[in-house]
Ligand binder design. Structure first.
Ligand SMILES: Nc1ncnc2c1ncn2[C@@H]1O[C@H](COP(=O)(O)OP(=O)(O)OP(=O)(O)O)[C@@H](O)[C@H]1O
Ligand SMILES: [Mg+2]
Length: 275
């Protein structure tokens, strides 16, 4: 992992996976949760930082998990985590100082006790988001399967799907990559993950895939394996559980074939990350 602040870089060992997309509602928190627990199920030491403290979806899930572990008395692993919220200070310098201190403090406490550190970002362009992008080893950008989401990265021709221009978030990540390469030659692996993919609309999917392939090429990103639109990815949230936990009578959710497919999708993504 490389932490960067201006020109300073510091090396240490855990791999930092950042879930980032300036567009909201694409599945950052959902994938953060499932990657965290999928990696843990694979035997890795995992830890989490919720940088979207105002919404707090990632940390709320982990608190739900702690409560479930306590009340159910099941042997459930509860990963260590921190929540970092945006500062409310009116002075921009003080705001950034406060956010940097919260961020660096959380990283410092977790980096030596985890093999993977999962960072969930808020949508929009934020200082905490920029800090996280600057230290990613792997950036995962979930994209819903449609042009509204694809166009956040760049504009594509509506006939041949060639790339007409790169949009702000795509450009921002490209600049980040270039900066990292300049500073220490490290860069990061940028993975685009199509999320909430349904089994319907094959024609539309082909068009989106063409556009995304062309865009990934221009952006220096890689298209990873897909994640389907599955109720199980949201059904267990309130209990702080996932498809990687034992779903017995206490959970009120019966394991189905779709659960195994959901598990497989997350494990495939983990395999892709570690390829
Ligand atoms: N693969 C999936 N299958 C089913 N539902 C999903 C899936 N991925 C995300 N969702 C649902 O889509 C909604 C948005 O997902 P999520 O909150 O993870 O996105 P986000 O990118 O973190 O949003 P924000 O930008 O607001 O933080 C949630 O209701 C979530 O339960
Ligand atoms: Mg979120």
């Amino acid at each position: 992992m490389t932490v960067m602040t201006g020109n300073a870089a510091e090396n240490n060992s855990s791999r930092v996976i950042v879930l980032g997309n300036e567009k909201g509602g694409t599945g950052k928190t959902t994938l953060a949760i499932h990657l965290l627990l999928g990696l843990q199920a694979n035997g890795a030491r995992v830890a989490a930082i919720d940088l979207d403290g105002r919404v707090g979806g990632f940390s709320r899930f982990l608190k739900n998990r702690e409560a479930w572990a306590k009340n159910s008395r099941q042997n459930i692993y509860t990963p260590p985590f921190f929540t970092v919220s945006a500062s409310q200070d009116n002075d921009i310098n003080k705001r950034e100082q406060e956010e940097f201190a919260g961020f660096a403090g959380a990283v410092e406490k977790l980096e030596h006790i985890s093999d993977y550190l999962i960072l969930d970002l808020p949508s929009g362009d934020t200082y905490l988001g920029r800090l996280a992008h600057s230290m990613a080893d792997i950036l995962i950008t979930p994209i819903n399967d449609g042009f509204l989401d694809v166009n956040v990265l760049g504009d594509v021709d509506n006939v041949d799907y060639s790339v007409n221009g790169i949009n702000p978030y795509g450009q921002y990540v490209m600049d980040c990559l270039a900066r990292r390469k300049n500073i220490d030659g490290s860069g990061f692996d940028w993975l685009l993950v199509k999320n909430r993919v349904s089994s319907l609309g094959a024609k539309h999917k082909q068009k989106v895939d063409k556009a995304l392939t062309n865009l990934a090429d221009k952006l220096g990103a890689t298209i990873a394996s897909n994640i389907g639109d599955r109720v199980i990815f949201r059904e267990l949230y309130a209990m702080g559980l996932s498809v990687f936990d034992v779903l017995d009578r206490q959970t009120g959710v019966k394991a189905t074939a779709s659960h195994n497919e959901a598990k497989r999708e997350i494990l495939d993504l983990i395999e892709f990350i570690n390829r």
